[in-house]
Structure formats: structure tokens, C-alpha cells
Design a protein around this ligand. Structure first.
Ligand SMILES: Cc1cc2nc3c(=O)[nH]c(=O)nc-3n(C[C@H](O)[C@H](O)[C@H](O)COP(=O)(O)OP(=O)(O)OC[C@H]3O[C@@H](n4cnc5c(N)ncnc54)[C@H](O)[C@@H]3O)c2cc1C
Length: 492
């Protein structure tokens, strides 16, 4: 049965405060919550992860530069001092617009949380353009799980190659890394794998030469980094090629399997690339909560699953519901962090304004602060307004911006330390990878109800309480009486 999640309002107590529910602890969710810190409201943040994820640095976790904690601090800790906010872990599975209820699940438990105002900031996932089976062989780059799995796959491929080479077996398929999608994430991944193989790993193996690894960046489009314009796209391509990355443009991936992938070129010819490690950085699909909202409100949904919202970011017909960030289709806004941050702040301001009787704000206006992408250490590109920068200056801007926006002072300090180590020495301190990181997700997917199959109902713990207490009492008795290690009398 579902729990109903209410904020401590007992009968006869003070009038209940306005309840704001925020779905998601990403850029929209976190900045929206923080913007409400001085408001006379109770905020409940419901998210399916315990952390706030700084997605722009996922590629550094995948390639061993940063640890996952540095880019994904605990949301609970980040919001600990914000007394009007609480954090609830759970996957939102339904939103009842008529009754103003959010339904969420955690390991088989269902909870229903009522709201007066709702901010939906559930972001977007990876899109395989209808070929979801590719995901098993070419993980995307959207979550900490993705990054750690990719880290395991990348470093694991070098390990397998070392074993194979020692036996005289072929290694080319193990030492070929294919990144699909030449947007910022693809460019950054390809650049980092090239640096890893050419510099970081060059002394670590005996049977293989890591520098011979092939790094291929593939895109169906005709240029890399389209949002940065033609000039910076061409500069980035040249810089990647200089690093040893093969850039294949106008090339469409038509199939992916465990050992490689099939690519169709512009002239229609199909070719196969043998590559055990594939990384998918090609497309995005908005959260399916967009569909849930669209079905009830009649709002439009585009091909990427983004929902059409009013110019004030509200859901058509539901002024108490705001949708922000990667989930929305409005005026061709890009799927970038600033759209989510500014949108969430706008929604929070509107909620506060309504409670204080202020007139409605003007329609949401996005202020474009520009685009940044790194290519390799000391090399980046930046498109800020009409300014186009590349090389070291752009890299310094990238460094400063990422440091400022990384959540938490602790993380800023440790990230700076790790960057110093990596950028000055080429070493990477986060190379730990385990078998579970690589395979556990597939194992979980094979369970019909996923992780909830692996836990018992809370009642089962109660039944075992007496047994656990008896065991603990016996353990203590054995220690106190000094009986441990003594041979039992009947066995003498
Ligand atoms: C690899 C990568 C690199 C990027 N680089 C840049 C960059 O350099 N610059 C830039 O500006 N932007 C970049 N972006 C885009 C940027 O990260 C997004 O635009 C931004 O995160 C969108 O914010 P959001 O709040 O809409 O969604 P997100 O930040 O994705 O947050 C969504 C939240 O919702 C939660 N959630 C989702 N579904 C549910 C559910 N059903 N129930 C409960 N919780 C749910 C998620 O767990 C998460 O907490 C990058 C994105 C990626 C993936």
C-alpha cells in the first residue's frame, strides 16, 4: 500500500504552509530548491539518485581524472542547512495533475506526495534513436553508473589486450575505442581516451603499446561541435586529429554488437569496425514524465520527448506546474545547464511572487552565457556571444567556469588537486574499476523487477529481530566469559 507523505501538519496546529514539490536533483532541481530557501514554503525534492550530478564532468570520471563524489555530492548534504527543504529518494512514476499528487517508488515501496506547486526538472536520458538494444554494448554518458561502467570498460580493454598480446592473440579490436556523437561530450571523451593511451598509460603495460590504441570519433553530421559554429568545429577536428583521433563525419551507425559496430557512409556503403569499447554520446531523450504530463494536459511533445510549455514555463492548463531544463521544448532553447538553472530560478521566483501577491513576471527569457568544450589538456574551445576562442585561453576559461559551478567547496578543492596532478604530470588517480561496475547493470536488468527483487519487505526484518538479538547476546557472552578459542569439553 502507498504511504502518503505529508509535511508535519497536525490537526489543530498552525495553517499548513504552501507545499512545493520538486522532481529531480540535477541543475533545475537543486537551483530551484535553493532559490526557495527564504520563502515561506515547504519544499520536497524527490529524485531517483542520492546525489546532485554535475554532468559536464562525467567524462573525467569515466577516464580516471576525478572521483564520482567530486562531481556528485549528496543532495541531502548540499541542502542540509536549508531548513524548509527535505530530500526524498525515489523514482517518480506518475503525476496526478487533477489531484495534485506525485507518486514515487523506492525498492518496491510506493509513496504519494501532495503538492500545491510542482517543479518538474527530471532532465533527459540517452537516445539510441529507436535502437535501444545498442545500449548494452555502447553505454551512454548520463549518470554516475554510466561513467563508472565506461571507466571499467576503457581500462578493462587495455587489461584484456595485455593478456591477449602476451599469448600472441590479436588485440586490434580491444585497442579500438569508438565514440559515437561529435558534440561536446563525444569530443571530450575522444580527446581524453587519446591522452590516456598516448600519455597516462604509456609506461604501464609490457605486452602492448598503449600508444597504438585507435580512437575513432563518429558522427552522422558533417562537422564536429555544430553548436560552436563552423570555424571552431574545424579547429576542434584538426586538434583532435593532431592528438591521434580519427574523426569520421557523415557516418551513421547502423548496428552495434559486443565486438564492434556497423557504419553506413554517406555514399551508402556499409563497413564494420571491430571495437570492443563503444561509447554512445549521440542523442538525448527527455524524461518519460514529459509524456505523463502531456497525456493529462494535452501539451505537445516533440521527437526528443520534450514537452511544449507556456512562455512562463507552466504546463498548459496547469499554472501550478512548472517544467524546466532538458525536458522542455520552448523557443529552440538548448539542452544546457544554464537553461535549467535559469528556468528553475524563474519558476521559484514566480511561486514566491504569487504567495506575496506580486504580479506575474514577464515570459521566461534565457540569457546565453556561451558554450565551452575541452579537447585535451590546455586546449579547449569557447563560443561566448560573438567571441570565438580556442587553445589555452579557452581552456583557462573552461577551468574557471567549471570550478565555480562545481557544487561544494570540498569538491572544488579536491577537483583542483586532481586536475593539477593530471594536467601537470599526465597521471590519473581515479583508475579503480571493478567487475561489478562493468557487469552489474546488465545482471540487474535481467531481473524482472530489478533491484527490488533483491530486498525483502520491511516485515521480514521484524520477524528476525529476536533471532538477531539472541545471536548478539551469545556473541557478547562468549567474549565476556572468555570461552572463545576454548576447546569444548565433550571434544577433549
Ligand atoms: C555528459 C554531459 C555533458 C554535458 N556538458 C555540458 C556542458 O559542458 N555545459 C552545459 O551547459 N551543459 C552540459 N550538459 C547538459 C546539462 O548537464 C543539462 O542540460 C542539465 O543537466 C539539465 O538540467 P536538468 O535539471 O533539466 O536535468 P538533470 O540535471 O539531468 O537532472 C535531472 C534530475 O532528475 C532526476 N530524475 C529523472 N527522472 C526521474 C524520475 N522519474 N524520478 C525522480 N527523479 C528523476 C535525475 O536523477 C536528476 O536528478 C551536459 C550533459 C551531459 C550528459
Amino acid at each position: 500500500m502507498a504511504d502518503v507523505n505529508t509535511l508535519s501538519t497536525k490537526t489543530g496546529g498552525p495553517a499548513p504552509r504552501h507545499r512545493v514539490v520538486i522532481i529531480g536533483s540535477g541543475f533545475g532541481g537543486l537551483f530551484g530548491t535553493k532559490a526557495l530557501r527564504h520563502a515561506d514554503v515547504d519544499v520536497t525534492v524527490i529524485a531517483r539518485t542520492t546525489h546532485h550530478l554535475f554532468q559536464p564532468l562525467l567524462y573525467q570520471v569515466a577516464t580516471g581524472i576525478l572521483s564520482e563524489g567530486e562531481i556528485a555530492p549528496s543532495t541531502r548534504e548540499v541542502l542540509a542547512k536549508q531548513k524548509n527543504a527535505r530530500v526524498v529518494l525515489g523514482e517518480v512514476t506518475d503525476i496526478d495533475l487533477e489531484h495534485r499528487l506525485v507518486k514515487h517508488h523506492l525498492l518496491g515501496r510506493e509513496t504519494v506526495t501532495p503538492y500545491d506547486s510542482l517543479i518538474v526538472a527530471a532532465g533527459a536520458g540517452q537516445s539510441y534513436f529507436g535502437n535501444d538494444r545498442f545500449a548494452e554494448f555502447a553505454p551512454g554518458m548520463k549518470s554516475i553508473d554510466d561513467a563508472l561502467e565506461l571507466r571499467g570498460r576503457i581500462f578493462g580493454a587495455f587489461e584484456l589486450a595485455e593478456l591477449a598480446a602476451a599469448k600472441g592473440e590479436p588485440v586490434d579490436h580491444l585497442l579500438t575505442f569508438v565514440v559515437v556523437g561529435a558534440g561536446p561530450t563525444g569530443v571530450e571523451m575522444a580527446g581524453q581516451i587519446a591522452e590516456l593511451s598516448r600519455h597516462t598509460l604509456k609506461r604501464d603495460f609490457r605486452a602492448i603499446n598503449s600508444k597504438q590504441a585507435r580512437v575513432i570519433l563518429i558522427d552522422a553530421a558533417g562537422q564536429v561541435l555544430p553548436p560552436f559554429g563552423k570555424k571552431l568545429g574545424a579547429k576542434t577536428k584538426a586538434a583532435l586529429e593532431n592528438l591521434g583521433v580519427e574523426v569520421q563525419l557523415g557516418a551513421m551507425v547502423s548496428d552495434v554488437d559486443e565486438r564492434g559496430l556497423v557504419v553506413r557512409d554517406k555514399d551508402g556503403t556499409e563497413r564494420r569496425i571491430e571495437a570492443v569499447t563503444k561509447i554512445w554520446a549521440a542523442g538525448v531523450q527527455a524524461s518519460s514524465l514529459g509524456q505523463t504530463l502531456a497525456e493529462q494536459s494535452g501539451a505537445s511533445i516533440d521527437r526528443a520527448g520534450r514537452i511544449g510549455v507556456n512562455p512562463d514555463l507552466t504546463l498548459p492548463g496547469y499554472p501550478e506546474v512548472f517544467v524546466v531544463g532538458d525536458m522542455i521544448a520552448l523557443n529552440n532553447l538548448p539542452g544546457v545547464a544554464q537553461v535549467a538553472i535559469q528556468g528553475a530560478k524563474y519558476a521559484a521566483k514566480e511561486i514566491k511572487g504569487r504567495l506575496n501577491g506580486k504580479p506575474q513576471q514577464r515570459p521566461f527569457k534565457y540569457f546565453d552565457k556561451g558554450n565551452l568544450a575541452t579537447i585535451s589538456r590546455f586546449d579547449a574551445v569557447a563560443a561566448i556571444g560573438k567571441l570565438r576562442l580556442s587553445g589555452f585561453i579557452a581552456w583557462l576559461i573552461w577551468l574557471g567556469v567549471h570550478l565555480i559551478y562545481l557544487t561544494g567547496f570540498k569538491n572544488q578543492v579536491t577537483a583542483l588537486l586532481h586536475w593539477t596532478v593530471t594536467f601537470l604530470s599526465n597521471d590519473r588517480s581515479q583508475r579503480t574499476a571493478t567487475e561489478q561496475q562493468i557487469f552489474a547493470r546488465q545482471a540487474l536488468k535481467r531481473l524482472p523487477r530489478g533491484a527490488s527483487e533483491l530486498v525483502s519487505d520491511p516485515g521480514h526484518f521484524e520477524e528476525r529481530r529476536a533471532e538477531l538479538e539472541a545471536t548478539a547476546a551469545e556473541e557478547a557472552r562468549l567474549t565476556d566469559s572468555g570461552e572463545r578459542g576454548r576447546v569444548a569439553p565433550e571434544r577433549v
